[in-house]
Design a protein around this ligand. Sequence first.
Ligand code: FAD
Length: 139
Amino acid sequence: MGDACHKMLPNAGRGTVNAMLDAIILANSLYEIAKDATYSNIRSAFEEYYNERFPKAKADLESSKRIASLNSGQTWMDDIMRKVTLNFMPSSVINMSFMKTLAYRPQASFLPKVEYRGSGRVDPQKESKRYLQEKVTTV
Ligand SMILES: Cc1cc2nc3c(=O)[nH]c(=O)nc-3n(C[C@H](O)[C@H](O)[C@H](O)COP(=O)(O)OP(=O)(O)OC[C@H]3O[C@@H](n4cnc5c(N)ncnc54)[C@H](O)[C@@H]3O)c2cc1C
């Protein structure tokens, strides 16, 4: 996980974020099977982790490359893109892209949910079957 599998260029400021997201999703997947850690369950937990994280980490990796070219690319095309983006890109478009990225903020499913106090959209949180079950039995 983290930089060991998807080293991002620092320009997009997404490397640590992705390392932490990997850790949360892997911990969630392992928590779900921890009481029945057979070979096949461990394999499914890692597959679930991979399926959730791969497309998102790949998208951020590609975006980090685009932002690096935009910030410091040396070709004439980079130069044109930099001038167009910095001078003509409306802030609403930039904000929209931020809001989309920030909507993905999964929580540790084995802890009580953090109360929503923000203003932007949040993608639905994935519930943990084990956590809900244990909560019912302790009440
Ligand atoms: C200049 C710069 C600016 C950045 N700015 C941002 C930013 O603004 N926002 C952002 O989100 N990200 C940023 N990043 C990226 C961020 O630093 C990394 O993505 C993040 O640190 C990755 O975390 P990691 O735990 O995967 O790896 P690392 O932080 O590299 O941790 C790996 C650890 O493993 C240890 N290690 C290695 N080999 C072994 C071994 N054999 N045995 C034991 N330990 C070992 C290392 O010493 C290290 O402590 C930036 C990076 C750079 C270089």
